[in-house]
Design a protein around this ligand. Structure first.
Ligand SMILES: NC(=O)c1ccc[n+]([C@@H]2O[C@H](COP(=O)([O-])OP(=O)(O)OC[C@H]3O[C@@H](n4cnc5c(N)ncnc54)[C@H](OP(=O)(O)O)[C@@H]3O)[C@@H](O)[C@H]2O)c1
Length: 330
């Protein structure tokens, strides 16, 4: 029988306000994209969630299609809730999303009201929840009026099935439009979820400042570049690593010698800061105050411990930032 650590809230600095809202999120959130599928170890999956919650991580990120198969991560998380965690429901921010392919036919993906609201009902059922804390539009839909997609999010909030609305993968212009519509509908956009890491800096020129101006929070996904910005691949490709056993989104060919040369140099810099490479990569995305949370994945309990340790040092000297830029552009 799980009982959370009494010291889980002993680090008040672990939380950052999410835009101009009443909600604070942990600097590190846990995503269940990988390692929560039907074939993954349930014992390992629950141990990772428990260790995260014990460390003060209150935010757990899901989507309708996380698995495999699609939906399996929500089923796994639902079981963890049902068997252990539901008692602490009011301490948790549980999120889900809809936008990518989920079921056949014209209503099983993208951004229609029909798809989004049906998908949310399915997600709630799989997790055994009455509501999620944040419901995201997972990606912009070029063929559905933004008013319809945002209207569906607003309806989800007004119906009590979600507490807040969020968007993910929206470029700056669509973000401004979506935020405006949601504000007019009386259900403000709480948060944006874009990809951001040292290896993918597309949010830097405009999106981050847009979010700051609009008072929208930001949780950045894949801050470790799916494991590349860690020591995981320094000695080859371990069989239990993502590139080693699940090549849907990270193939061994993606881990090139040129990339490893960079990550080894970054690792030396991290060591000079008294951090692991993973910790420095997380601190680096969190150096922007507009970034509310870094949304990690983990395949082991020890990775959660390591990642939470990043929050002990989030400041960089100008020289360190220049060195990082130089390594990245070499
Ligand atoms: N909105 C979207 O479109 C979208 C897209 C993708 C992801 N997401 C969300 O973002 C979450 C995180 O994505 P991600 O899993 O790609 O994030 P990530 O944090 O960049 O990569 C996680 C992987 O890095 C490795 N790792 C983590 N901590 C480590 C440590 N301390 N030392 C060594 N290796 C470490 C593990 O790889 P191994 O498994 O190899 O051990 C882990 O599975 C997802 O779960 C999901 O919730 C959202």
């Amino acid at each position: 029988m799980y009982s959370p650590s009494d010291s889980r809230y002993h680090s008040p600095d672990l939380y950052r306000r999410c835009g101009r809202s009443g909600v604070r999120l942990p600097l590190i959130s846990l995503g269940l994209w990988h390692n929560y599928g039907a074939k993954d170890s349930y014992e390992n999956a629950r141990a990772i969630v428990f260790r995260a919650f014990d460390a003060g991580i209150t935010c757990f990120d899901l989507a309708n299609n996380y698995g495999p198969p699609d939906g399996a991560a929500e089923v796994t998380f639902g079981r963890i809730l049902r068997e252990d965690l539901m008692k602490w429901r009011d301490e948790l921010i549980i999120t889900t999303k809809a936008g990518y392919y989920m079921w056949p036919g014209p209503y099983g993906e993208w951004g229609s009201r029909k798809y989004l609201l049906a998908s949310l009902d399915q997600s709630l059922k799989r997790m055994g929840l009455e509501y999620v804390d944040i419901f995201y539009s997972h990606r912009p839909d070029p063929d559905t009026p933004l008013e319809e997609t945002m209207g569906a999010l607003a309806h989800a909030v007004r119906s009590g099935k979600a507490l807040y609305a969020g968007i993910s993968n929206y470029p700056p212009t669509e973000t401004v439009q979506a935020v405006k519509i949601l504000r007019e509908l009386g259900t403000p956009c709480l948060i944006h979820q874009p990809r951001y890491s040292m290896l993918d800096r597309w949010v830097e020129p405009q999106l981050l400042s847009t979010l700051e101006q609009e008072g929208v929070g930001c949780t950045v996904f894949s801050p470790l570049a799916k494991g590349i910005l860690t020591d995981r691949y320094f000695k080859g490709i371990p069989a239990d690593s993502r590139a080693g056993h699940d090549q849907r989104f990270l193939r061994p060919a993606d881990i090139t010698d040129a990339l490893l040369a960079k990550t080894r140099k970054l690792n030396e810099l991290a060591q000079s800061r008294g951090q692991t490479l993973a910790q420095m990569a997380l601190a680096w995305v969190l150096r922007h105050k507009v970034v509310t949370s870094a949304l990690i994945g983990a395949s082991k309990v020890s990775q959660v411990d390591d990642c939470v340790g990043a929050t002990r040092n989030l400041t960089f000297t100008g020289e360190e930032l220049t060195n990082i830029d130089e390594i990245l552009t070499q």
